[in-house]
Design a protein around this ligand. Structure first.
Ligand code: SAM
Length: 281
């Protein structure tokens, strides 16, 4: 078992990891099966990942979720798909290159970042049609959720290609699950537009949604969003989920005015998910 204590930097942000060994997860997986199957004969048969490790299928786009901060959140299946695919399509090849290096994986990569998505999407579809197995990775979390992966997925499906999710970390699910707000019904807003008028209209349009609202926001606009919530949603409970899975993870709840006052006292650093409670009945 190798020790893998490391820190990764992305755009000045620290990606957090602990000193857990790289290979221990596989060992734990097998141990779990051993408890279920105490006889050695059965254990021999069961020494494979739970659910069976089917070989990757030709011509498939695998949407590989990656950590949103804590590298221990990488799943065993994500690692296997990254090891066994033909090519990794990444939002940022430098960043994903570091991630692959951390896990001892060496793979050809191609970038599909925002400004060449259309051309790259076509290339990805052509490669899939030739039978390549492609792992699609965004900078963090689940590809296709508020990131450029969405367009690649649509192109692949429109081209008649197979798309398979490899689930794992996702900021919206992590934030919602620990927010304490109702999870039975929620509405994912994602990022609001940048222009003030449009943002306001978007926020007004979801006012009567009978579920928890979940928004993504950048640190540059978090104060602006809280001020908008003070105006439009003054009586709702709001939860700010910051730096999820990282060293300085924090959940703060209160009225929009309370949170705005608290946030104005210190620089808004890190990544945020903002959750707004549903309207009172
Ligand atoms: N595909 C990603 C996912 O599965 O959540 C989301 C990508 S989107 C480009 C990035 C936004 O997700 C950030 O601006 C922030 O709102 C949210 N986010 C990502 N990582 C986060 C984290 N560790 N803590 C809080 N929010 C995070």
């Amino acid at each position: 078992m190798q020790s893998a204590k490391c820190k990764m930097e992305r755009g000045g942000k620290q990606i957090y990891t602990s000193s857990v060994g790289r290979c221990c997860c596989a060992a734990q997986d097998f141990r779990a099966e051993r408890q279920l199957c105490p006889t050695d004969e059965v254990v021999q048969q069961e020494l494979r990942p739970i659910g069976g490790a089917a070989p990757l299928r030709a011509g498939t786009l695998y949407l590989v979720a990656t950590p949103i901060g804590n590298l221990e959140d990488m799943t065993l299946r994500a690692l296997r798909v990254l090891r066994e695919c033909d090519v990794v399509a990444a939002e940022d090849t430098r960043y994903t290159g570091q991630l692959l290096k951390h896990f001892g994986i060496s793979k050809p990569m191609l970038s599909y970042f925002q400004f060449n998505e259309a051309a790259r999407s076509r290339e990805i579809v052509e490669r899939l049609k030739r039978g390549e197995k492609i792992a699609l990775v965004t900078d963090a979390g689940t590809p296709g959720i508020s990131d450029p992966g969405e367009r690649v997925v649509r192109s692949a499906l429109a081209g008649g290609c197979r798309v398979e999710p490899v689930p794992g970390p996702c900021a919206l699910v992590a934030a919602l699950s620990a927010s304490g707000l109702p999870t039975d019904e929620f509405h994912f807003v994602g990022f609001l537009a940048h222009k003030s008028g449009r943002r306001r209209r978007q926020l007004e349009a979801v006012k009567e949604v009978p579920g928890t609202l979940v928004l993504y926001e950048s640190p540059h606009r978090i104060l602006k969003l809280l001020a908008e919530l003070v105006d439009l949603y003054p009586d709702r409970k709001v939860v700010l989920a910051r730096e999820l899975t990282k060293k300085f993870e924090e959940f703060k709840s209160g009225s929009p005015a309370e949170l705005l006052a608290a946030m104005e006292k210190r620089p808004a650093r890190g990544e945020f998910v903002v959750l707004v409670a549903r309207p009172c009945p």
